[in-house]
Write a protein that binds this ligand. Structure first.
Ligand code: CP
Length: 331
């Protein structure tokens, strides 16, 4: 075995998560997260090439909600490692779910084909039942309004690659609607646990579920700052104090309520001028949106500046997802 493969094996072993589910970001300890980051860094070499680690392994992608990034980056990650993928991107139409097959039976059957399943589902409870019925490990690819841990994982990884640390960074998780921001929930947990100074800004009627905030404060014993009901000016003053603005998006309604919601979104609009002004004073503020985003959610001029992290995160999502798959599939 080559020296390189030996060190890859050691990195996989160090994560110590073989054969296990990844349902919440809290399924991995801080030490495991950092070991996973190291494995992701080693696998960056193969973001655009190939390493034959899992020629005998099959990954199933079971997506009950639309996806571009999560589905395609998992497929890319598995195939870059020489593995194989079966995809069900619209199960309510093209699988036997359309014939009212239960999630339990569906997942149990798929786990006879696959060594690992990534499940995205609109209903957290149903997803949980499906994962419990599977006879192989399951990764949460976004469940209901609860958590989207692999998005948080890739955003934490991108931050770690950019700053070389997460501890001590000032990060604001911002959405008018933090109730439904599943990525925001996972990211707030991860940031808080890894020692960032976390603020969450939202509308007071749509604040982060207490399940998340209580757990951060009481179980992880970490201070968490919550801010509500900014106006655009006061919000941009708050932006000046951050190192990263994390935008987990929001479920903007269509139709009659769309205009009302647009007014709300405007209050959390990150102005490019704010970032530019701080950069001129020597303080670089980064912005990342988990995507997809809607018109009006952010100043698109940011996209083509060094402040932007969301498109940089896309390529890095492949290596950290390779690392996650490898650590679960084991050696
Ligand atoms: N960020 C994210 O989950 O994107 P997709 O919905 O396209 O997978």
């Amino acid at each position: 075995m080559s020296e390189y493969m030996r060190s890859m094996r050691e990195l996989i072993d160090a994560v110590d998560h073989a054969g296990k589910n990844f349902i919440s970001i809290n399924d991995l300890s801080n030490e495991q997260l950092y070991n996973l980051f190291e494995l992701g860094k080693a696998l960056e070499l193969f973001n655009r090439s190939k390493i034959d680690l899992f020629d005998d392994k099959m990954l199933a992608l079971m997506f009950f909600q639309p996806s571009t990034r999560t589905r395609m980056s998992f497929q890319t990650a598995m195939e870059r490692m020489g593995g194989h993928v079966i995809v069900e991107a619209n199960p309510k139409v093209t699988s036997s779910v359309a014939k009212e097959e239960s999630i339990e039976d569906t997942m149990r059957c798929i786990s006879q084909y696959a060594n690992l399943i990534v499940l995205r589902h609109y209903d957290e409870e149903e997803a949980r039942r499906g994962a419990e019925s599977a006879e192989c490990p399951v990764i949460n690819g976004g469940w209901g309004h609860w958590e989207h841990p692999t998005q948080a994982l890739l955003d934490l990884y991108t931050l770690w690659r950019r700053f070389g640390r997460i501890e001590g960074l000032n990060v604001a998780v911002v959405s008018p609607d933090m109730v439904e921001a599943r990525t925001g929930h996972s990211m707030a947990y991860g940031l808080a646990r890894l020692g960032a100074n976390v603020s969450i800004a939202s509308d007071s009627d749509r604040r982060t579920p207490s399940e998340v905030t209580d757990r951060i404060r009481n179980e992880f014993n970490v201070e968490l700052n919550e801010e509500f009901d900014f106006e655009q000016d006061s919000f941009n003053e708050f932006v000046r104090k951050q190192d990263l603005i994390y935008l987990p998006g929001c479920s903007a309604p269509a139709g009659a309520k769309a205009d009302e919601f647009k007014t709300l979104m405007d209050r959390y609009f990150v102005r490019y001028d704010t970032l530019k002004d701080e950069a001129e004073k020597g303080h670089m503020i980064y912005v990342t949106h988990t995507l997809p985003r809607r018109k009006g959610e952010m100043d698109l001029r940011i996209d083509n500046t060094p402040h932007q992290l969301h498109f940089r995160a896309i390529l890095q999502s492949v290596s950290i997802r390779m690392a996650l798959l490898a650590s679960i599939l084991g050696n």
